[in-house]
Design a binder for this molecule. Structure first.
Ligand SMILES: [Zn+2]
Length: 139
């Protein structure tokens, strides 16, 4: 390898590390963009700006969803892209991640608090919270 080959190789390496894998919103059974807009109208007066939405690479039962502020992306576990999992569970997980967009992390205490009291109060707007959480336990 000469010098310019090395440089090019490093450049490609850097590019692939900086980029994030996002699958796109369309799954086998659900479209995350459509779901986001539906919940946006129901709970946020349609005012929330839509981030990147995608399905997780694997069918994760531990990490059901997460909001990644550095990529402005919500990633939902593929476990929900199934006809046998009630849509209510998917709606709840998306709603929860949308609240993370609205409620910044509280760094004021000794511990970083992601689910602040305000966050918990806002989450109670979801009408079938108990039913949804019960479904998550069965996954
Ligand atoms: Zn959370």
């Amino acid at each position: 390898m000469n010098r310019s080959d090395v440089r090019r190789h490093l450049h490609l390496l850097r590019q692939s590390c900086g980029r994030k894998y996002i699958s796109g919103p369309q799954g086998q059974h659900h479209n995350l963009d459509a779901l986001f807009e539906e919940l946006n109208l129901r709970f946020f007066h349609g005012l929330m700006g839509r981030p990147e939405l995608g399905w997780s690479r694997t069918v994760s039962r531990r990490l059901l969803g997460h909001f990644d502020p550095s990529h402005n992306a919500i990633i939902i576990s593929r476990v929900f892209d199934s006809p046998t999992v009630p849509r209510l569970a998917l709606e709840y997980v998306m709603f929860h991640e949308m609240l993370h967009l609205q409620h910044p992390v509280d760094h004021s205490g000794a511990r970083r608090c992601v689910h602040t009291r305000d966050f918990r109060a806002a989450e109670k707007q979801f009408p079938q919270l108990k039913e949804a959480k019960a479904i998550l336990k069965t996954l």
